[in-house]
Write a protein that binds this ligand. Structure first.
Ligand code: NDP
Length: 335
């Protein structure tokens, strides 16, 4: 079964492997496969699920709600997010204004078929709304019982500190940050991690497999396998393009003997790598098929030796992104 970790220094326990449904549910994969994936996740002991209102323009939340219907609510941890434009994309269907947060939480609860979410997250920082307004709205969402905990995603260290200070004044606190983090993308290590840890916030990290690239299935100079994200015309192909250079794919191939020596598959090595860091509360994994989850959950509880971690660093060398300046939200709200 999948191990639990505390979400930062909060009392909430979440599965260290959490299933996320970006680009898959309501989009790349058919509804019945999506529902099978969620049921497989539950059978494997995953009880934490991450989604967002913007995924598949709200359809991902609907699919997750349908898949979780009938489950004991107390046995689930459901996370969603607000910020990116949704629905008809009117001027107030976006951002972290009080209006959009209040309407956002109500829409998410309706689609998810639940009275509350466990974690409600600011999907990005909103430069057009005063931070006080955003944090007051989150405080009211918590007080109304519609969300139990509040987190952020891809905020810089300074934004996290300012948000936490206001939250404390308003009687709640930020418990988590949701950044991209993998053996290939380590930009949070220098600034975001120390500040979050000081403030009691855990990292729930996205794309721990670099969207599937760290599974090693994409070979340099070759066509991607049929049915993979790199062939998905509904958005996946565009998103994964950032990882598809021959230089990155060749470096990833060098991890294969390291995984084999550690007795792990490549996806397991990638997930175990993020879970190795105790500031990580969960790896948010994606899966387009139930079999992938069966393979991926075996990374729970794995400890990698120091020499394995070093061998990974050496193999990936210069293709690893570490510049802390790469943590950022769009300067302007998307229309
Ligand atoms: P991953 O890095 O885990 O990539 C998942 C994809 O890799 C799968 O959809 C599948 O794609 C492929 N894959 C998974 N397991 C295997 C396997 N065993 N063998 C081969 N291929 C495999 O994470 P995602 O990029 O999907 O992100 C995970 C979650 O993180 C999201 O669902 C969301 O919850 C969150 N997220 C948050 C963001 C934010 O801004 N806060 C941004 C992005 C994601 P395929 O089979 O199609 O090739």
């Amino acid at each position: 079964m999948v191990a639990y970790r505390h979400l930062g220094s909060s009392g909430l326990k979440i599965t260290e492997i959490t299933y996320g449904n970006w680009l898959t549910h309501g989009s790349q994969v058919e509804a019945d496969t999506a529902i099978q994936c969620v049921h497989t996740a539950l059978d494997l002991g995953i009880t934490s699920f991450d989604t967002a209102d913007v995924y598949a323009n709200t359809r991902a939340e609907e699919v997750l709600g349908r898949a979780l219907a009938g489950q004991r609510r107390e046995g689930l941890e459901i996370f969603t997010k607000v910020y990116w434009p949704i629905g008809p994309k009117g001027p107030n269907d976006v951002g972290l204004s009080r209006k959009h947060i209040m309407e956002g939480i109500n829409g998410s609860l309706r689609r998810l078929g639940t009275d509350y979410v466990d974690l409600y997250q600011a999907h990005r920082y909103d430069y057009e709304t005063p931070l006080e307004e955003t944090m007051q709205a989150f405080a009211d969402v918590v007080r109304s019982g519609k969300a139990l905990y509040i987190g952020v995603s891809e905020w810089t260290a300074d934004q996290i500190r300012a948000g936490q200070e206001l939250a404390a004044q308003m009687g709640f606190r930020l418990v988590s940050n949701q950044p991209q983090y993998s053996a290939l993308w380590r930009v949070i290590e220098e600034r975001v991690v120390p500040v979050s840890t000081e403030l009691g916030m855990g990292q729930i990290v996205w794309s721990p497999m670099a969207e599937g690239v760290l599974s090693g299935k994409y070979l340099p100079g070759r066509q991607p396998p049929a049915g993979s994200r790199a062939t998905d015309d509904k958005g996946g192909k565009d998103m994964i393009a950032r990882w598809m250079s021959d230089e990155v794919l060749a470096a990833v191939q060098k991890l294969k003997p390291i995984a084999a020596d550690a007795g792990l598959t490549m996806p397991q090595l990638a997930i175990a790598w993020v879970l190795q860091h105790d500031y990580v509360s969960a790896a948010l994994v994606g899966a387009s098929r139930p079999e992938q989850l069966v393979e991926n959950v075996k990374a729970s509880g794995v400890r990698l030796d120091g020499d394995v971690m070093e061998a990974i660093d050496t193999a990936l060398g210069e293709v690893v992104a570490r510049d802390p300046g790469l943590t950022r939200s769009p300067d302007k709200r998307p229309a």
